[in-house]
Design a protein around this ligand. Structure first.
Ligand code: SF4
Ligand code: SF4
Length: 86
């Protein structure tokens, strides 16, 4: 499964909380600090790395302040084929 990470522009977030309900992994919380516009901004809380980069949070954000990064994890190394004696 793909891995992901998001960045939320702290000062442009208006604290509407739409992204918190959109995340299927429930990884976005409202922070405690107020930004320069007087809103509590949302933040990614993902200590176990569960974000898949699905971008649903970014799609619902009315102010387009979420940037999504998504990548495929490296595959497990594959053992070389074993020669079979004739
Ligand atoms: S990209 Fe998907 S999994 Fe990651 S925080 Fe946003 S909604 Fe949640
Ligand atoms: S949807 Fe956008 S504006 Fe609303 S809380 Fe989330 S990041 Fe902030």
């Amino acid at each position: 499964m793909a891995k992901g990470r998001i960045e939320i522009d702290f000062d442009r977030c208006k604290g509407c909380e739409l992204c918190t309900t959109a995340c299927p992994q429930n990884l976005i919380r409202m922070g405690q600090r107020f930004n320069s516009r007087g809103y509590r901004a949302a933040a990614l809380v993902d200590p176990e790395g569960k974000c898949t980069g699905c971008a649903l949070c970014a799609l619902v954000c009315p102010d387009v302040v979420i940037t999504v990064y998504r990548w495929e994890p490296a595959r497990e190394p594959v053992a070389p084929p074993v020669a079979v004696p004739a």
